[in-house]
Write a protein that binds this ligand. Structure first.
Ligand code: IPD
Ligand code: CA
Ligand code: CA
Length: 262
């Protein structure tokens, strides 16, 4: 199947949504609360309208799973999985670290992923079986090991104050056994950075398909490894993810297993 037409359209729309986000950052915008902590801004909604609207025009027969609206399902073979703005808390606070994330699932398999980081003008993309790239240059995960010399990334769920699955114990265990952990606030970029070799490993819990679908393909296509916390094969519909350069994966799984058995 020729994936290039999907990739070209996804890249074009990701750049358009990214330009909108760049223009609106640090401007007064409408912000609503989804929950006590969880926000949504007018820019999340406008970006989703741009992305889904644009794809619907080009590919009217496709299905859509996106964060801010329910588009139903027509049982199509092709489904776009979209986070229009990953890193909403950052965006709402004027912290310039957020991204557009788009993936295309065909017959249940993620075949294409695009992540655009507007403030760095970096466009990460991957097609299954064809490798991953950043602004046209091939991407590869880092050659770094062991865990003690590695830089990791993670995040915490919005309901971490009220739910026991809050990642706090895992965070403490990892912090004692690696070089450092970054909590930058955009899971899609954490995964893109694993693919680019800028971060050696990433884990998180309670993520949604739109947070990870594009990033998981990027990591796999850049030569990394992605599993569930127990080492089982990972699906984007499983909320517990570990992604790494492969070399530190077993060490990461061992730490997560200790946490699960505590
Ligand atoms: C969030 C970010 C964050 C992660 C949260 C996600 P949003 O997505 O990816 O890094 O820790 O769990 O919900 O709400 O900014 O699209
Ligand atoms: Ca997200
Ligand atoms: Ca989002």
């Amino acid at each position: 199947m020729n994936m290039q037409k999907y990739l070209a359209r996804a890249r074009e729309l990701a750049r358009e949504a990214g330009a909108l986000q760049r223009a609106k950052l640090w401007q007064p915008i409408r912000i609503e609360n989804k929950g006590a902590i969880d926000l949504v801004t007018e820019v999340d909604k406008a970006s989703e309208a741009l992305l889904v609207g644009g794809l619907q025009q080009t590919f009217p027969e496709h299905d859509f799973l996106a964060e801010e609206n329910d588009y139903g399902s027509r049982g199509a073979s092709h489904k776009w999985i979209i986070d229009p703005l990953d890193g909403t808390t950052n965006f709402a606070h004027g912290f310039p670290w957020f991204a557009v994330s788009m993936a295309l699932e065909i017959d249940g398999e993620i075949r294409l992923g695009v992540i655009y980081h507007p403030m760095m003008d970096e466009l990460f993309s991957a097609i299954k079986g064809e490798g991953a790239e950043l602004n046209g240059r091939p991407l590869q995960v880092s050659p770094r090991s062991p865990l003690q010399k590695s830089l990791l990334a993670t995040g915490f769920p919005y309901d971490c104050a009220s739910d026991q699955e809050n990642n706090f114990a895992n965070f403490t265990s990892f912090q004692m056994k690696c070089r450092g952990i970054r909590r930058a606030g955009a899971a899609a970029l954490d995964l893109a950075y694993v693919a680019a070799g800028r971060i050696d490993g990433f884990w998180e819990c309670k993520l949604k398909p739109w947070d990870v679908a594009a990033g998981v393909l990027l990591v796999n296509e850049a030569g990394g490894r992605v599993t569930a916390h127990d080492g089982a094969p990972y699906s984007v519909y499983n909320h517990r993810i570990v992604a790494s350069n492969g070399l530190i994966h077993a060490e990461m799984l061992a730490i997560l297993a200790e946490g699960a058995n505590r």
